[in-house]
Design a protein around this ligand. Structure first.
Ligand SMILES: [Zn+2]
Length: 600
């Protein structure tokens, strides 16, 4: 059961072979997950916690397939709540954990907060002369109150916990609006209680984007923060910022960049507790990301940089996630997918920086053949030297090596999946990877990536699993937004379900880094959702066939009733994939004139 990397096309320099350690195939147990429980999973309502808006529950495959542009960020506010009289050298902050059931950033740690509400603008904020800041403060105070029961309003010092709960009840049941409630109880917001510490914009790789105002707020005396543990937030705790940041460094928690920045900044402490000192605020505001410039290097987990690059991909995605996995001594690049020069240059600069810090490039790994994952590989090789390309044999074969015919290497890939204008042919030095190979990166921390051949979306699709931290690089088999298209013959539904089952059987899975969209911190729930979605579709398609629909086109009109007609052509490809599986399962047969009929 040993396997070692095969040479696909050209001689492989000796130094590369030591990257790979042949390993014994690991028994991963039964491959069939509990599909029954997956089927009964309900999709949960969304949350409005930090960096999240109203969760969109539209089934993923129902969205329009036309070209999309990056979403416009929505205004939001968040509160970095400091414990009353906290120690300046080791400050404690209130950190919430988003429910695992949430589709977006479920399982992430965050600060309380949420989107602006129309009524937020009706609240008067004292000592605030900027209208936008007033609205942001009003939103921050309301969200903090709703999510944690902490009310930061002057005039409310004498309220008991019980009275505050009664106010909260008025607000949440809609008996009183936020402005009306403050007015009725003669409370007012004061800008001096909300110290502005930055505005962060969600990078464009996410379908949900927020322009979030962050405020540092000291928790009033004698108020207790409480999380109800409802559908939105799983828990909330006072934690040492230092301890929380250490937990992130140990790969125990996941957080988005502004939250990490907040924890790291607070972890360094501040001088006094009487006033939130200027030096601390300056550290919060240092760097362009705190001033609305989206983060490019997103490190949801240490040593795994997500570097989204703009690609001509399938909407709603607008970007493909390139991953830069690094140790103290080596760097592995995964899926440099952008055919656009500006994006290729940005990626090359990020790679060059990591190399300049003393690392060697181990190679460029391609998860699969699609143009939005391979479109920038030659440009990257051209800018950093002849790095090896690592891919499954089926991927390598679909990317013909035409470099010798056209020395520039700038030639189109002649693959059924690749649009020639979007991508380039591969240069030499392609190294083939096979199931159960291991890629080891030298240095600190030691990273051993188990290669998994996981066909379904594409025949040569690879996933990478790191057992130590439970990290899965899933390519396009699982994505952080949008749907996964299974398009025969490259796509195969039976293979896909088997691949999902194999991923579901991995032990200790703690995060999935997909080919598009944010990281997934609730991997098992997400995998169950994917399987349930496919089986639900399969049942509906089978029923449609039994009811007399005999062609993919006819089935789409019955089953995909909520899909825009523009997306029907793509839906037909997905239906065909399901039909092929149903034929293999013996539930449907295909006639000589390509009609699909039920078997009894
Ligand atoms: Zn793909």
């Amino acid at each position: 059961m040993h396997s070692s990397p095969r040479r696909c096309q050209k001689a492989l320099p000796n130094k590369v072979s030591r990257l790979f350690t042949t390993v014994r195939a690991v028994a991963i147990g039964r491959l069939t997950p509990s599909l029954e429980s997956a089927l009964v999973r309900r999709r949960m309502r969304g949350t409005n916690t930090l960096l999240n808006g109203s969760d969109e529950n539209t089934p993923k495959s129902h969205r329009s397939m036309q070209t999309s542009t990056a979403a416009t960020p929505k205004d939001a506010a968040a509160v970095i709540l400091l414990k009353h009289n906290t120690r300046p050298d080791d400050p404690e902050v209130f950190l919430v954990k988003r429910s695992h059931k949430l589709a977006f950033l479920g399982g992430f740690h965050a600060f309380p907060g949420g989107q602006f509400d129309a009524v937020d603008a009706e609240v008067e904020v004292k000592n605030c002369d900027d209208a936008d800041t007033c609205v942001a403060i009003s939103c921050a105070a309301r969200e903090l109150f709703e999510e944690t029961q902490i009310l930061v309003a002057r005039g409310g010092e004498a309220l008991t916990q019980g009275q505050r709960l009664s106010l909260l009840d008025d607000l949440q049941t809609g008996r009183m609006s936020w402005p009306a409630l403050l007015k009725h109880y003669e409370l007012h917001l004061d800008a001096n209680d909300f110290v502005f510490v930055g505005r962060w914009v969600t990078p464009p790789f996410s379908a949900r984007r927020f322009d979030t105002w962050f405020f540092l707020v000291k928790c009033p005396a004698k108020q207790r923060a409480f999380i109800s543990g409802d559908a939105e937030l799983e828990s909330g705790d006072w934690v040492s910022a230092k301890a929380a940041y250490d937990r992130w460094q140990r790969s125990e928690i996941l957080a988005v960049p502004p939250v990490l920045h907040g924890l790291k900044t607070l972890a360094a402490g501040f001088r006094n507790d009487a006033e939130i000192d200027q030096e601390l605020v300056a550290r919060f505001l240092a760097g362009p990301n705190a001033h609305r410039e989206p983060v490019r290097r997103i490190e949801f987990r240490p040593n795994y940089i997500c570097f989204p690059v703009r690609t001509p991909t399938k909407p709603p995605a607008t970007h493909t996630n390139c991953y830069l996995i690094y140790t103290s001594r080596e760097l592995l690049v995964i899926d440099p997918g952008s055919p656009y020069e500006d994006e290729q240059e940005a990626l090359a600069a990020a790679v060059a920086q990591l190399l300049a810090e003393g690392r060697k490039l181990s190679g460029i790994l391609l998860t699969h053949v699609h143009p939005d994952h391979v479109g920038g590989v030659n440009a990257l090789r051209a800018s950093i030297g002849n790095a090896n390309v690592l891919a499954h044999r089926l991927t390598a074969e679909a990317l013909p090596d035409m470099a010798e015919a056209r020395p520039s290497g700038r030639v189109a890939i002649e693959s059924p999946q690749a649009k020639p204008s979007l991508t380039l042919g591969l240069l030499p030095h392609t190294v083939c990877l096979a199931d159960e190979d291991t890629i080891e990166l030298d240095g600190e921390p030691r990273i051993a990536l188990r290669v998994m051949h996981t066909p379904g979306h594409a025949r040569g699709h690879l996933c990478l699993y790191e057992a130590r931290t439970g990290t899965l690089i899933s390519g396009d088999n699982i994505v952080g937004l949008g749907s996964v298209l299974i398009d025969p013959p490259e796509g195969n539904m039976r293979d896909y379900l088997n691949s999902l089952a194999r991923m579901r059987a991995l032990p200790n899975l703690s995060v999935i880094f997909g080919g598009h969209g944010p990281a997934i911190a609730n991997p098992y729930a997400k995998l169950d959702e994917y399987v349930a979605h496919r089986l639900d579709r399969e049942q509906k398609i089978l029923q449609a066939v039994r009811d007399g629909a005999a062609t993919p086109k006819g089935i789409v009109t019955v089953v995909y009733t909520d899909v825009s007609p523009k997306a029907h052509a793509m839906a037909e490809r997905a239906v065909l994939a399901h039909l092929e599986k149903l034929v293999e399962d013996g539930l449907v047969r295909e006639t000589s004139d390509s009609l699909f009929l039920p078997n009894n």
